[in-house]
Write a protein that binds this ligand. Structure first.
Ligand SMILES: Nc1nc2c(ncn2[C@@H]2O[C@H](COP(=O)(O)OP(=O)(O)O)[C@@H](O)[C@H]2O)c(=O)[nH]1
Ligand SMILES: [Mg+2]
Length: 249
């Protein structure tokens, strides 16, 4: 049995915490002996996220760890979590549980079957998502295909991914667009991070498996059509440019 670290990047998640998402994750962790830790990475939430976790959870759940770092966005939260993880499998998910946490079993199984990277795939099934979100998702896929490629991977953006920890650490060393930890304003989900990570995984010849998972849209009101689109295009252009100049070889 391989040991699993669950990493959850969080930023201003009081609303979801009050819905009981962390209780759900911790109950799952308790029910799975393979899960050795739930590592919450908060990078400077400006609401009561940290206070709430400390008051209601930390200390009461042996598998729960809280890592507080300076604000640098989701991508670096995930990176920091991957570096800290003690398991032989590192799995990351979003705090809103848009994909039910039990689905992690399927991803973990994929790693145990010998894959290096196993990612959740929503296909075109984005239940309950507003039309603007669906349009953004489609535009993203078109741009990604044109700019970066990524053979055989359909959904790069699902926030539900598992890695063999040794593979993840090798991949992190190969990142370029997301290699440096830099400050960001407000929440930042860094859409390009998943793409660079998978791009590097393919370059390294890692075995990648995509597993269909259910996904239910949870609105967080962080989305801004204009700035998010500009950010995504910038990220993908950087990855493409890095590739052209041979940075990933
Ligand atoms: N550490 C960290 N996590 C973040 C940041 N922004 C978003 N997140 C987390 O990333 C995950 C995905 O965020 P969400 O708003 O659901 O993004 P979306 O579903 O992709 O629109 C959640 O667990 C958030 O708390 C950030 O700036 N830092
Ligand atoms: Mg979400």
């Amino acid at each position: 049995m391989m040991k699993v670290s669950i990493v959850i990047p969080v930023y201003n998640e009081v609303q979801n915490l009050k819905k009981g998402v962390l209780d759900t994750v911790l109950a799952y962790a308790k029910s799975r002996p393979s899960v050795i830790e739930v590592l919450i990475v908060d990078d400077g939430s400006t609401d009561d996220t940290v206070a709430l976790i400390k008051k209601n959870y930390l200390g009461n759940y042996p598998k729960l760890r809280l890592y507080e770092k300076k604000h640098a966005g989701k991508a670096y939260g995930v990176i920091a979590g991957m570096k800290q993880a003690k398991g032989t499998i590192v799995f990351f998910t979003d705090m809103d549980l848009a994909t039910p946490i039990e689905e992690a079993d399927k991803l973990v199984q994929g790693i145990e079957d010998g894959y290096d990277v196993v990612i959740g795939s929503r296909n075109s099934n984005r239940q309950g998502a507003p039309i603007i979100r669906k349009a953004m998702a489609l535009g993203f896929i078109v741009l990604r295909t044109l700019l970066v490629g990524l053979r055989g991977i359909h959904d790069t953006q699902c926030g539900f991914k598992a890695f063999k920890t040794t593979a993840a650490r090798t991949m992190l060393k190969k990142l370029h667009a997301f290699a440096k930890e830099s400050a960001v304003e407000g929440p930042s989900v860094g859409a390009g991070f998943d793409i660079e990570l998978l791009f590097v995984a393919q370059k390294l010849g890692y075995k990648i498996k995509e597993v269909p998972v259910p996904w239910r849209h949870v609105e967080t009101k962080r989305v801004n059509f204009i700035t998010d689109s500009i950010e995504a295009i910038t990220d993908m252009t950087r990855i493409k440019w890095n590739d052209i100049r041979g940075a990933y070889n």
